[in-house]
Design a protein around this ligand. Structure first.
Ligand SMILES: [Zn+2]
Length: 145
């Protein structure tokens, strides 16, 4: 079976697949290959073909891939959990390094104590963040004497 020819039928198929897509997202995030396989096996061929399109339509295009997949990282590295996989390396390549606000937030999200450079960067970030916007300095021109 192929994707329905009429726009109306395609819209109906896509609408029917939205809860399926949400279910698949939950299974990918929280369950595992068995649960994912059961869902995919339950789909009719036209649904299986259309589901990736529905999922693609649900993905924001204004976020970097590293943000979209940030939930996947368990942050295994060569030093603490065997050799880093290409996925870990690709993910790591998109991250801000230690010594930035982003890395400070990352430490906190992982329940870690931020490292020294990150604590320092965060102090500077907060100091600058709370600073009122700069006012233009009077130049003395146009002032009546
Ligand atoms: Zn750090």
């Amino acid at each position: 079976m192929t994707i329905p020819a009429s726009l109306h039928e395609r819209e109906q198929l896509a609408e029917r697949l939205i809860p399926v897509a949400c279910d698949l997202i939950c299974r990918v995030h929280d369950d595992g290959p068995d649960a994912i396989g059961r869902l995919l096996d339950s789909l009719a061929p036209d649904e299986a073909r259309a589901l990736p399109v529905v999922l693609a339509a649900m993905v924001p295009t204004d976020r970097p891939v590293t943000d979209l997949l940030a939930w996947t990282t368990t942050w295994a590295t060569a030093s603490d959990d065997g050799p880093a996989t290409p996925r870990h390396e690709a993910y790591a390549a998109g991250l801000k390094p230690c010594g930035t606000h982003a890395a400070y937030v990352r430490h906190k999200k992982r329940g870690e104590n931020p490292c020294g450079p990150c604590r320092q960067a965060e102090r500077a970030y907060q100091r600058n963040r709370n600073r009122p916007p700069r006012q233009p300095q009077p130049t003395g021109q146009g002032v009546a004497a």
